[in-house]
Design a protein around this ligand. Structure first.
Ligand code: HEC
Length: 128
């Protein structure tokens, strides 16, 4: 009877320990989260490299900007990007994302675009 109790206790402690391990999702840095969101929501039109060269963009008028172009980088402030993503750009393929993404998610994507494509180090990645 006591042996059984010990086995039970062992399993209980093991499960608790597993639960205490950090889950994979929590290990993602803000930039990684932004990258994932960008890949699933934006890359079809804006491209994996952010240069807007995708097969979808060929048929668009106006075309998605090339985020790596110095001229584009100059005009696109962080604030303007958040605004354009939230409310879209009227008369273009750029749709408002305010009903699909949370405010925080939009900011994560903007920070990813700025760091990865525009090479602006506004918010350096937090080291864990
Ligand atoms: C269906 C294609 C498409 C998708 C999907 C798309 N975009 Fe766009 N995006 C465009 C086009 C086209 C423009 C150019 C609009 C213009 O010229 O004003 C644009 C413009 C932009 C701009 C610049 C707007 C400005 O102020 O000039 C940003 C920033 C942007 N997109 C970010 C995103 C992000 C982030 C996502 C994903 C959440 C996304 N886009 C998804 C097509 C798309």
């Amino acid at each position: 009877m006591f042996k059984r109790f010990l086995v039970f206790l062992f399993i209980f402690l093991l499960l608790t320990a597993i639960n205490l391990l950090p889950s994979h999702a929590e290990e993602l840095t803000p930039l990684k989260k932004g990258e994932k969101l960008y890949d699933s929501n934006c890359a079809v039109c804006h491209g994996d490299k952010g240069d807007g060269k995708t097969w979808v963009s060929e048929d668009l008028n106006p075309k998605p900007q090339n985020f790596t172009d110095p001229k584009v980088i100059k005009t696109l402030t962080r604030k303007r990007m958040i605004q354009s993503i939230t409310n879209g750009r009227e008369g273009t393929a750029m749709q408002p994302f305010k009903t699909q993404l949370l405010k925080d998610e939009i900011e994560l994507i903007v920070d990813y675009i700025r760091a990865a494509f525009m090479k602006i180090d506004a918010k350096p990645e937090k080291k864990k």
